[in-house]
Write a new protein. Structure first.
Length: 302
């Protein structure tokens, strides 16, 4: 958000020197891209817990990471993206997944910029070269290397399901029902044998149904009625906005967002973003809404 504001500030102050040799959109992306490249040189990569080390066993949590100031990946709300602007269309692209965003951590900053500008925002190689102050040949070479790296890191397409697909929505509905009622048998039935669970920003992650269930049973789903969940979409994946409370009789407060990766029948990855601020960013109020929408994301009544 700071970099977005800085982009507009720089564009405003430099508007008098804009010569119109490119579109305003290309000019703004050049400013934004170079600001981001500079910021990436000064900060650690944005990652998920699985990018830090080996998974935890059962309910044993790795040490928290709040003291180091590490920047984590975050989910972005779903978007229909009917406009022609590439920056709007990208939010609706079915192949821009949480898993793809996570895999970008494997790329050097400049390769990441080339990949996003060429393959996601669909800018011509000449425009990207101008934005980055390099040659078209260098852009093509960086894109080729980035694609090769992502081919190894990204998940197989058949393991992903559209958040609006009936199969994915059915999995999400079953997950929310099992979570709210602390139904561990139902939760175990939803998780695939090789499922993974990641918890941001604690640094904890678990691999395999047995380890995931052990963590949930001991640390999370200790009693029914402690959570309320509402369907949403994040990064092109089915998701749930979560409210939590400490015990019966207490008020529910925002907890965060859970993003699911599903093969249409089972959950292959659960990524929990324990950040109360995300609830408002996904358009939900500070207290749980009444009722639950049957289809689609967003708060009831929208």
């Amino acid at each position: 958000e700071d970099l977005v504001q800085e982009t507009y500030l720089r564009a405003w102050t430099a508007w008098g020197s804009f010569e119109g040799r490119s579109s305003v959109r290309t000019w703004l992306h050049r400013i934004a891209t170079n600001l981001c490249l500079t910021a990436l040189r000064d900060h650690r990569r944005r990652i998920l817990p699985s990018g830090l080390g080996a998974p935890g066993e059962g309910a044993e949590l790795p040490a928290g990471d709040g003291r180091t100031g590490r920047l984590w990946l975050e989910p972005f709300p779903g978007h229909t993206g009917d406009g022609a602007d590439p920056s709007e269309v990208v939010l609706a692209r079915s192949d821009l997944r949480l898993a793809l965003v996570a895999s970008l951590q494997h790329l050097p900053a400049r390769q990441r910029a080339v990949f996003l500008l060429r393959d996601v925002l669909a800018y011509p190689a000449g425009d990207v070269a101008e934005m980055l102050g390099t040659s078209v040949a260098a852009v093509k070479s960086a894109l080729q290397r980035a694609r090769a790296t992502l081919e190894e890191a990204a998940p197989r397409r058949e393991l992903l399901a559209e958040p609006s697909a009936p199969e994915a929505r059915a999995v999400l509905d079953r997950y929310m029902a099992a979570f709210e009622s602390a139904d561990m048998e139902g939760m175990a039935g939803l998780l695939r044998d090789d499922a993974t669970l990641e918890v941001v920003p604690t640094g904890a992650w678990f691999r395999g149904k047995r380890a995931c269930v052990a963590h949930l049973a001991e640390r999370v789903l200790t009693a029914p009625g402690l959570y309320r969940m509402f369907p949403a979409a994040a990064n092109g994946q089915p998701a749930a906005v979560v409210y939590a409370r400490g015990g019966a009789g207490e008020a529910f407060t925002p907890f965060g967002v859970v993003v699911l990766t599903t093969d249409g029948r089972h959950i292959t990855t659960l990524t929990t973003f324990a950040d109360p601020g995300l609830v408002g960013r996904f358009g939900f109020p500070g207290v749980p809404p009444h009722g639950r929408p049957r289809h689609g994301g967003g708060p009831p009544g929208r």
